[in-house]
Design a protein around this ligand. Structure first.
Ligand code: SF4
Length: 348
């Protein structure tokens, strides 16, 4: 049995944005958690709300127009109850972020070493000499060869993969307990991507960090995740251990995502159809307009509650409700007898 302690516990997280066309709900009542030393991946297509959900954790979502509600307990303190100065003590220190595009995150007018030193001195009262030595040590740890001689180089003198390594070094300056990584390998080629994932894995072990990893790429998830949370249109569709989800995905959306994996000769072009308008989401299951297993019960009421389909694995789908025949989705075969008529225009 796991002895890991909960590090981050998110409950009923809801993030809305005021727009000229009304209130847009990007994240709608989402729960997830990360334990110490664990990697949890939030997966889903673009627009599923996964980035907003993680940015809501440390409230880097711009408020207004954004508004974040719910509960975000980090080491038993609710981040949503904290003042901005209290949060600043946690961001970049106990919780660090890395983003998709290191190019945009770096200042191109300053040397790489100076930027790491600056990040260090925001959080620690250290002399310039100590900060320089620590920065070189971190550059070395993240695999920048000849770190001391690269300290005074500018970002344009680093490749994309090296820049992401520098961003990881900056994230480590406060010895974070939690690293939030938003698509950190998406802009990199496959070889460099694999190196960065290995690096994160090694650093996680060394620093004993929890990692909350956002990606649309299930191939990356397979490399790095302990647990997965599958999001679609602001809601959680399925969650569970990585092996369970890959071996027996329960939710039709997860099944479709996996069917698109190129590694298993998946469909090109992704899942047919598009995500619903977040200003006007459909009743019932958000995935219903694209789901080949949709029945009448899917298009009324709220998103189906999550039901345990295997130990530790839960899916939000009407076919798992007690008394129903879940083989309709487990076997991947639509069944018009499951709950009345099949919804005839599921793809409309
Ligand atoms: S069968 Fe219904 S509830 Fe299940 S995923 Fe499809 S639309 Fe959603």
């Amino acid at each position: 049995m796991s002895t890991r302690q909960p590090l981050l516990e998110v409950e009923d997280l809801t993030t809305t944005f005021s727009t000229d066309n009304g209130e847009l709900t990007a994240v709608d009542g989402v729960d997830f958690s990360v334990d110490e030393g664990e990697t949890v991946c939030i997966v889903g297509e673009s627009g599923s709300g996964k980035t907003v959900a993680t940015e809501s954790v440390t409230r880097i979502v711009k408020e207004p127009p954004g508004r974040v509600r719910g509960s975000v307990r980090f080491k038993s303190r609710d981040l949503l109850e904290m003042s901005e100065p209290e949060l600043r003590e946690i961001r970049g220190y106990e919780i660090a972020h890395i983003f998709q595009n290191p190019q945009e995150a770096m200042n191109h007018c300053y040397t790489v070493g100076w930027q790491i030193v600056e990040a260090l001195q925001i959080h620690r009262d250290v002399s310039d000499e100590e900060a320089r030595a620590k920065a070189i040590d971190l550059m070395d740890k993240v695999g920048i060869a000849n770190a001391s001689s690269r300290f005074d180089d500018y970002p344009h003198e680093f490749s994309g993969g090296q820049k992401q390594r520098v961003m990881i070094a900056m994230a480590l300056v406060g010895d974070p307990d939690l690293l939030i990584a938003d698509e950190p390998t998406t802009a990199l080629d496959v070889t460099v991507q694999a190196q960065i994932l290995r690096l994160l894995d090694d650093l996680q072990e060394e620093f004993d960090m929890g990692i909350l990893f956002v990606t649309h790429d299930l191939g990356v998830v397979a490399e790095i995740a302990d647990r997965i949370v599958v999001m679609y249109a602001g809601k959680v569709m399925e969650r569970g251990d990585v092996l369970d989800i890959f071996e027996r995905p329960a939710h039709p959306y997860t099944q479709q995502l996996l069917n698109c994996l190129p590694e298993i000769g998946g469909k090109k072009g992704g899942i047919p159809g598009t995500l619903p308008d977040p200003l006007d989401p459909p009743d019932g299951c958000r995935f219903a307009p694209r789901c080949e297993h949709a029945v009448d019960a899917c298009v009324t009421g709220d998103q189906p509650e999550e039901i345990e389909v295997n130990p530790g694995q839960r899916a939000s789908c009407v076919h798992y409700r007690p008394g129903r025949d879940d083989s309709v989705v487990r076997d991947g075969i639509p069944d018009s007898t499951a709950d009345g008529e099949e919804v005839s225009s599921a793809d409309d």
